[in-house]
Design a protein around this ligand. Structure first.
Ligand SMILES: [Zn+2]
Ligand SMILES: [Zn+2]
Length: 392
């Protein structure tokens, strides 16, 4: 049985319903609906979700905008910047106790035994990482549901410890936007005094600026929004230029040690490659579709690299959370209620957010959409998390 350290968690020995906000199709708005969460297994943590950030990937997936590589399964419940309070733990859990605060980012399982998993790169699992939403759900069948919900059950290995003192709502976006921009700075060893460019000043870009400034790098922001020039400087960038400013772009030819591109769609990248020094790298973390307009000769003559990077492993995600909490680095957020998600999606697409929406999941009740009262009968016994981790 999924015995637990908490008396109340006996309610979660069977799978149980909870309220979530999800889309029924690519063209339908997100609405409150009931979903099922698995029983709390021996290695599982049950989070009562407090906050969930809105990532541009949530919109891409809810609207099935990656049909060839990551087709969306409906209903789609997005959300992978989750912070919640631990309200039950399985009897083998050692990392958390009831009352702790935990975070869940983009991955909730992986094989645990391939060379990438063994190297703490679960996001690159050779057997396929299980993402927080829209991945096959081994416990319940169907597909995983994300954090636009009241509760979630996740194996403790994939739950991040949120240190005391963290600003919970503003820390949630670090679980995707933070790790996504931190990981390339670690891998490409962005050092003090180096010159880094950040392409796009949105949810990812504004955190990239803060992280680069914390490393004492010189930061140039490239934006298409004149209204964000002053913001970039406020965030600590030395310089912010419009893509359309060809004179400013030309001045940067051969200057940058590293470029991080956070723009969530393809665009002509060659003008940005031209700003790189010999041997420097443009790391694309935003556009997950076919890239455009690269000149092979210019890459060759400058021995430049174009690379990709996706989130980070669990250990590195813990590292960025600890790093940011210690330095008071957090996202600039606008807190919304769950019934404002659809409007927020449109505003993200229209670049009208400074800089991350975070959903106050405790406001579900105020929106009049509550299921999620645990019932301990009439449900199929759930697979234990320990069995899921043994898959490979
Ligand atoms: Zn994301
Ligand atoms: Zn693996």
């Amino acid at each position: 049985m999924a015995a637990s350290a908490s008396g109340s968690s006996s309610l979660f020995e069977n799978s149980f319903p909870t309220t979530a906000y999800g889309a029924a199709s690519a063209s339908s708005p997100l609405k409150a609906r009931e979903i099922t969460r698995r029983a709390v297994g021996p290695h599982d943590v049950l989070l009562d979700i407090l906050y969930c950030g809105i990532c541009h990937s949530d919109i891409h997936q809810a609207r099935n905008e990656w049909p060839e590589t990551l087709a969306t399964q409906y209903p789609s419940v997005p959300g992978h910047e989750i912070i919640g309070r631990v309200i039950a733990v399985g009897n083998a859990v050692t990392k958390f106790k009831v009352g702790d605060i935990g975070g869940v980012g983009c991955i909730v399982n992986s094989c645990g035994v391939c060379e990438n998993c063994l190297a703490d790169r679960e996001q690159n699992c050779l057997n396929g990482a299980i993402f927080t939403y829209n991945s096959p759900d081994a416990a319940l069948g169907g597909f995983t549901y994300g954090g636009y919900s009241e509760k979630i059950v996740v194996a403790e290995h994939f739950v991040i410890r949120i240190p005391p003192g963290a600003d919970l709502a503003a820390t949630a976006p670090l679980l995707c936007a933070g790790i996504t921009t931190f990981s390339p700075m670690q891998h490409w060893k962005l050092a003090s005094g180096q010159h880094v460019g950040v392409v796009g000043l949105g949810g990812l870009g504004h955190i990239a600026v803060k992280l680069a400034v914390a490393r004492k790098a010189k930061v140039t922001v490239f934006t298409t929004s004149p209204g964000k020039i002053a913001d970039a400087r406020r965030l600590g960038a030395q310089e912010a230029i419009l893509w359309s400013d060809q004179a400013a772009m030309a001045k940067l030819t051969g200057q940058l040690d590293l470029l991080i591109s956070t723009v969530p769609h393809a665009y002509p990248m060659q003008p940005f490659m031209d700003t790189l020094k010999l041997d420097a790298t443009l790391v694309n973390v935003g556009a997950l579709n076919t890239l455009q307009g690269l000149n092979g000769m210019m890459l060759a003559f400058g021995r430049k690299s174009l690379a990709g990077s996706v989130i980070g492993g669990i250990a590195e995600t813990q590292e960025v959370i600890d790093y940011c909490t210690a330095r008071n680095i957090k996202a600039d957020i606008e807190l919304i209620r769950p019934d404002q998600i659809n409007n927020a999606f449109d505003r993200v697409v229209n670049k009208d957010v400074r800089y991350r929406f975070v959903i106050d999941m405790k406001a579900v009740k105020a929106c009049g959409a509550v299921v999620g009262v645990p019932i301990a009968h009439d449900v199929a016994p759930a697979m234990r998390a320990g069995e899921i981790l043994d898959l490979a």
